[in-house]
Design a protein around this ligand. Structure first.
Ligand SMILES: Cc1cc2nc3c(=O)[nH]c(=O)nc-3n(C[C@H](O)[C@H](O)[C@H](O)COP(=O)(O)O)c2cc1C
Length: 208
């Protein structure tokens, strides 16, 4: 049995994936972890679209790449590394992001995490009822030795990408998880120190 804390601390974005198929029973395990998550009022308005069809994935990748070329690529090129990340590591991340962009559709299986919101307009809290499921699925994939990345960039072209996904009216996508066997090894996530982001009792007061 793997330690849950080891899983949490090594669940990082795995953007280089092998095209080898992922067994259906493992995909099912990941989905079962997803639907075990917290969600508002337990209404379970989440819906998950499992996609292996390369044609559909490619039709979405076109928009994912367009968003990279227009927005994300230039942002990477012109911004400093995030807190706790060296310039060298940031450059490596940029290359990995570019790799996933080019090969998005080649990940053997996608899970598209959606909410069926009917006539309701998505609000600030909508995501709170789907991202816990997304994180559970990322952790489950990691525990099974599978790599994935939480991606939302297709939302820069939400209308076009969701049409390519064939989502019905009232259903909105919140993340696409490309899943596959990782080319590289799982390693620890790189984050800033706890003390930089946690306050004690009063805002601004250091957490010892
Ligand atoms: C809301 C959200 C959206 C994200 N969208 C993308 C994406 O579209 N493409 C991508 O390659 N990574 C995406 N990521 C992954 C982050 O870039 C990644 O979690 C972060 O750089 C930390 O990397 P690490 O988990 O490998 O340490 C997203 C993460 C979050 C939480």
């Amino acid at each position: 049995m793997q330690d849950v804390f080891d899983i949490i601390h090594t669940t990082r974005a795995m953007r280089r994936l092998k095209p080898d198929p992922v067994p259906d029973d493992l995909v099912r395990k990941i989905l079962e972890a997803g639907v075990a998550a917290a969600n508002g009022g337990n209404y379970q308005r989440w819906r998950f679209l499992v996609i292996k069809d390369t044609a559909v994935k490619k039709a979405v990748q076109v928009w994912y790449k367009k968003a990279f070329d227009e927005v994300v690529g230039p942002r990477y090129a012109n911004s400093p590394p995030p807190p706790g990340v060296s310039a060298e590591k940031y450059a490596r991340q940029h290359h990995a992001v570019e790799h996933l962009t080019e090969h998005f559709h080649e990940a053997p299986v996608w899970i598209v995490a959606c909410l069926d919101e009917g006539k309701n307009t998505p609000t600030r809290t909508s995501g709170a009822s789907i991202y816990p499921a997304v994180q559970n699925m990322l952790l489950a994939a990691r525990a099974l030795g599978l790599g994935s990345t939480l991606t939302t960039r297709h939302l820069l072209y939400a209308k076009e990408a969701e049409a390519a996904l064939g989502l019905p009216e009232g259903v909105h996508s919140y993340a696409i998880l490309p899943i596959g066997w990782p080319m590289g090894k799982f390693g620890p996530v790189g984050r800033t120190k706890l003390e930089d982001v946690v306050f004690n009792e009063r805002w601004g007061q250091p957490y010892a």
